[in-house]
Design a binder for this molecule. Structure first.
Ligand SMILES: Nc1ncnc2c1ncn2[C@@H]1O[C@H](COP(=O)(O)OP(=O)(O)OP(=O)(O)O)[C@@H](O)[C@H]1O
Ligand SMILES: [Mg+2]
Length: 270
């Protein structure tokens, strides 16, 4: 199988050795591509650098970082540097043949920039200029295939390159969905710091497309984006998306066995 694993930035302070051991085990049999975010650390380091971060909400209710040119630089530095190397190190330590990359390297993730974003403030919708965020429109699958066929586990930081060479902030969950679609992955495992989509503190174990659309309206921002990205992945032909916890022993095998997690598929639920 081809498996895309998204590792949430929410997990960066956790012990990721069990997850790395699972990657080692699974990579004997499957081809694995890892993608990660790192929002929390970007904010922490930006603050240390004296660059206060601003978060905005779109008219459709998605919360995101307002990424001006300076923030885009910090974002790239932290995602492609700090977070990427931390993950690659823990994977190497457990014997995984991990190679760290960002979406910029080799033109791995090409994105379309949205130079002007719509922001909701109170009852008003404002247009903001100078934002460096984008949506992945092209994945260099040749590079990924080359690495996978040579026995590497690519670890991609979710930064992309725009058509004019700009470094762009792209959402990790959605970038993972794009990669999974592009390489025709069998599964997308979205590993985060909660066991799945929660409703009244209980895990929703299965969601069909229509149920996922409904659930999206009820959950908070981080999970809303995951469900949105899961729906994108399904639309791009990925048969199954699992949202699961990356904490504890055997997080990936549990997610593959659909234990203690949320599975979103395009099949209707019996
Ligand atoms: N209904 C819900 N069920 C589960 N989690 C929810 C729900 N509503 C909101 N959340 C939040 O979503 C968070 C996960 O998304 P978040 O974006 O914070 O993490 P991540 O995607 O793993 O990290 P990163 O975005 O840095 O890659 C959880 O920690 C939780 O607080
Ligand atoms: Mg997130």
């Amino acid at each position: 199988m081809k498996i895309v694993v998204k590792i949430g930035g929410s997990l960066i302070d956790e012990d990721l050795s069990p997850l790395a051991r699972d990657v080692k085990e699974l990579s004997k049999e499957h081809q694995i591509v890892i993608i990660h975010g790192g929002a929390k650390i970007v904010t922490e380091i930006a603050q240390k650098l004296g660059k206060e971060q601003r978060f905005v909400t779109s008219p459709t209710g998605f919360r995101s970082r307002y990424t001006d040119a300076e923030t885009a630089e910090i974002y790239t530095m932290v995602i492609a540097g700090t977070v990427n190397k931390k993950l690659v190190t823990v994977l190497l330590k457990e014997g995984v043949n991990a190679i760290g990359l960002s979406g910029i390297d080799g033109g791995l993730l090409i994105a379309e920039r949205k130079p002007r974003i719509k922001v909701k403030e109170g009852n008003k919708v404002l247009l903001m200029d100078g934002d460096y965020t984008g949506k992945v429109v092209q994945v260099n699958t040749k590079l990924l295939e080359l690495l996978l066929n040579a026995g590497y586990v690519p670890v991609i930081g979710a930064v992309a390159i725009g058509k004019e060479g700009e470094n762009l902030n792209v959402d990790g969950d959605r970038a993972a969905a794009s990669v999974a679609g592009a390489i025709k992955a069998d599964k997308l495992l979205d590993m985060t710091d909660v066991p799945g989509v929660l409703e009244n503190e209980k895990i929703i174990t299965k969601l069909s497309i229509s149920e996922a659309k409904q659930a999206m309206e009820k959950v908070g921002p981080g999970m809303r984006r995951k469900i949105f990205a899961a729906l994108e992945a399904l639309r791009e032909g990925v048969p199954e998306v699992v949202i699961a916890s990356g904490i504890g022993e055997h997080p990936l095998t549990n997610a593959l066995e659909e234990k203690n997690c949320t599975v979103i598929t395009n099949e209707s639920v019996e």
